[in-house]
Design a protein around this ligand. Structure first.
Ligand code: ADP
Ligand code: AMP
Length: 213
C-alpha cells in the first residue's frame, strides 16, 4: 500500500501518517523529519535545507527528490509506505510517478487532510515535538500526560523553529502557491480522497481507514 498525505502545514498529516504506518505495518516517511535529522547531525544536506526551512520556504526539488527516492528504494519499503510532506510541488509528484512507472508500480491513494487556514495558525502555534523520538503533541488538543514532557521517551518537548507565527504565515502562502495544485493533479488521476481534518484525531483516522480498508 502506497499512500501520499496531502494538506496544509499543521493539518495533521504527520499525526495521521504515524497512525496509518502502525495499523498497516508500512514505514512513515517524512521529508521534514529527514531534513531535521540532518540538521541535528550537522550534515551538509542539513545545513543547506535549514536555510530554506527557517524562512518557511520549500527546500529545492533537486535536493528533496534525491533523498526521497533513496529512502523509498530501501528494503523496508517493499510492501509500501506512507509519505508525509512529499510531494510538495508538481515536479516532485512527476518524478515520483515516473520512478514508480519504471518499476510498474503506482501510488494507491493521495489523502487530503482538509483544514482551513483559520485553524492552522492555532494548530502550529500549539504543536510541540519530541526531539528524541519525533512524537508530536498539541498543548490544547493532544496534550502529553505531563506538561512539556514526551509520554514515550520522557524528553522535554520543543517548539519547532519554523512553527513561530512569522514563519507560519510564509509556509501557508507557499502551501497555497506550490502544493495545493497537487490536489487537482491527483484528482485527475482519480486517487484523491479528502477527509475533514478539523475533526478530532480519532475521527479523522476512522475516515481514513474507511478509505484504505
Ligand atoms: P502536519 O504533519 O500536517 O504538519 P501535525 O500532524 O504535526 O501536522 O499536526 C499539527 C498540530 O496539530 C500538532 O500539534 C498536532 O498534535 C495537532 N493535531 C493533529 N491532528 C489534530 C486533530 N485532528 N485535532 C486537533 N489537533 C490536531
Ligand atoms: P514538514 O515537517 O513536513 O512540515 O516540513 C518542514 C519543512 O521542511 C518545510 O517547510 C520545507 O522547508 C521542508 N520540506 C519538507 N518536505 C519538503 C518537500 N517535499 N519539498 C520541499 N521542502 C520540504
Amino acid at each position: 500500500m502506497k499512500i501520499i498525505m496531502l494538506g496544509a502545514p499543521g493539518a495533521g498529516k504527520g499525526t495521521q501518517a504515524k497512525m496509518i504506518a502502525e495499523k498497516y505495518g508500512v514505514p512513515h516517511i517524512s521529508t521534514g523529519d529527514i531534513f531535521r535529522a540532518n540538521i541535528k547531525n550537522g550534515t551538509e544536506l542539513g545545513m543547506e535545507a535549514k536555510k530554506y526551512m527557517d524562512q518557511g520556504l520549500l527546500v529545492p526539488d533537486e535536493l528533496t527528490v534525491k533523498i526521497l527516492l533513496d529512502r523509498v528504494s530501501n528494503e523496508d519499503c517493499k510492501n509500501g509506505y506512507v509519505l508525509d510532506g512529499f510531494p510538495r510541488t508538481i515536479p516532485q509528484a512527476e518524478v515520483l510517478e515516473n520512478a514508480l512507472n519504471d518499476i510498474n508500480d503506482k501510488i494507491d491513494y493521495a489523502i487530503d487532510v482538509d483544514v482551513p487556514d483559520e485553524n492552522i495558525v492555532n494548530r502550529m502555534g500549539g504543536r510541540r515535538a519530541c526531539p528524541g523520538c519525533g512524537a508530536t503533541y498539541h498543548v490544547e488538543f493532544i496534550p502529553p500526560k505531563a506538561e512539556g514532557i514526551c509520554d514515550t521517551c520522557g524528553k522535554e518537548l520543543i517548539l519547532r523553529d519554523d512553527d513561530k507565527p512569522e514563519t507560519v504565515k510564509n509556509r501557508l502562502e507557499v502551501y497555497h502557491k506550490q502544493t495545493q495544485p497537487l490536489i487537482e493533479f491527483y484528482q485527475k488521476k482519480e486517487i484523491l480522497r479528502t477527509v475533514d481534518g478539523t475533526a478530532g484525531m480519532e475521527d479523522v483516522f476512522a475516515a481514513i481507514t474507511a478509505i484504505l480498508g
